[in-house]
Write a protein that binds this ligand. Structure first.
Ligand SMILES: NC(=O)C1=CN([C@@H]2O[C@H](COP(=O)(O)OP(=O)(O)OC[C@H]3O[C@@H](n4cnc5c(N)ncnc54)[C@H](OP(=O)(O)O)[C@@H]3O)[C@@H](O)[C@H]2O)C=CC1
Ligand SMILES: O=CC(=O)O
Length: 327
């Protein structure tokens, strides 16, 4: 009987996903706290055919691949794969898979939550009430701005972008603008969305949501000149990756009142430094990269990562191979 492929998992994941994968692969799960350190992976990966990991665990680069000559697969428990060095993986003939679709609705919920929280100043008001500062009927100094029937610009109208669009148009009656490299006529028809270039989208939108993947092409996609194009009343939301925005420029735009506020789930450095000026701004709602983090969605992502591993390593079902590495 031939041996099962060996898979290393860089952190404790949902036991049911590991149990399922054990039918096809011989799994080893990092037994320590948190995530397996890179040094440990460099030592052990030589014995494995597959790796299941997350975006924040380890960068899949040339040095790591050199230490893992048997490796055929890296299955990330995330839809974003900017931690994959695609060129190095291509050269090493390592397939990369990810977890699209299963998290779209959950991330879209969070983005709507960020828009509402910043617009209606919920964290600020929550702090006021809990600290005993609610002494009279709320006056204008506590008012916010409307989300409903305002204009939303989505940069990166993909799977998650579309889930946001549905909520915004069907639920909140928002007018929709979007930018991608390629147009999506079916969405223009379904949501009455206007396709426009980034500059025009920024000029017209009350809310700007950034949902593009991070790549060499999209690093600092939004910079100082872009904040200068936005309305002074605009709210900027980033739930993609921190480095899609020039964070210094964002800080300056918020500080100078060039834009009204921001809702952020992602940062150039994660976890964010405690002295990052964003953390001292009352017009910023800051979350800890938690877009897909509901119990159910994370379980779905882990199971999909396990299925991806089985598919690539044993031919069991179909895998979501990242598009740049598809055969
Ligand atoms: N905060 C969180 O917890 C989470 C964050 N994410 C982030 O969200 C990202 C998007 O996920 P998802 O919606 O599934 O991805 P998709 O690939 O479905 O959508 C991405 C969209 O961005 C557009 N895009 C890609 N590159 C460019 C570019 N250079 N210029 C303009 N538009 C571009 C694509 O259109 P086109 O190719 O036509 O340009 C596409 O419509 C992930 O890559 C990840 O980084 C995802 C999940 C959770
Ligand atoms: O950031 C999360 C992801 O799935 O990508």
């Amino acid at each position: 009987m031939s041996e099962k492929p060996k898979v290393y998992i860089t952190e404790q994941i949902w036991a049911e996903a590991v149990d399922w994968l054990q039918q096809y692969c011989d799994c080893t799960v990092w037994a320590g706290e948190g995530k397996a350190p890179r040094e440990h992976l460099l030592q052990v990966l030589g014995n494995y055919d597959g790796l299941i990991t997350t975006g924040s665990a380890v960068t899949i680069d040339e040095a790591l691949l050199a230490a893992a000559p048997r490796l055929k697969l890296v299955s990330t428990i995330s839809v974003g794969y900017n931690h994959f060095d695609l060129e190095a993986m291509r050269k090493a003939h390592v397939i990369g898979t990810h977890t699209p679709y299963v998290l779209d609705e959950t991330v879209a919920d969070l983005v709507m939550g960020l828009m509402l929280s910043v617009a209606r100043r919920m964290p600020e008001l929550d702090r006021l009430v809990k600290s005993g500062g609610w002494n009279s009927a709320a006056g204008e100094e506590l008012f916010g701005i409307d989300v409903h029937h305002s204009t939303l610009g989505i940069i990166g109208m993909g799977r998650i972008g579309e889930a946001i669009a549905r909520r915004a148009v069907d639920g909140f009656g928002m007018k929709l603008a979007y930018y991608n490299r390629s147009r999506r006529p079916e969405l223009e028809e379904r949501y009455g969305a206007d396709y426009m270039q980034v500059e025009e989208l920024l000029r017209q939108s009350d809310y700007v949501v950034l949902m593009i993947p991070l790549s060499d092409e999209t690093k600092h996609f939004i910079r100082a000149e872009h904040f200068a194009m936005m309305k002074g009343s605009a709210i900027f939301i980033n739930a993609s990756r921190g480095a899609t925005v020039d964070e210094e420029a964002l800080i300056e735009a918020l500080r100078s009142g060039q834009i009204r506020g921001a809702g952020l789930d992602v940062y150039e450095r994660e976890p964010i430094a405690r002295n990052n000026p964003l953390l001292g701004m009352s017009n910023v709602v800051a979350l800890p990269h938690i877009g897909s983090a509901t119990h159910r969605t994370r379980q779905d992502m882990m199971m999909l990562a396990a299925r991806n591993a089985a598919a690539v390593l044993t031919g069991q079902g179909e895998a979501y191979i990242v598009k740049e590495l598809q055969p």
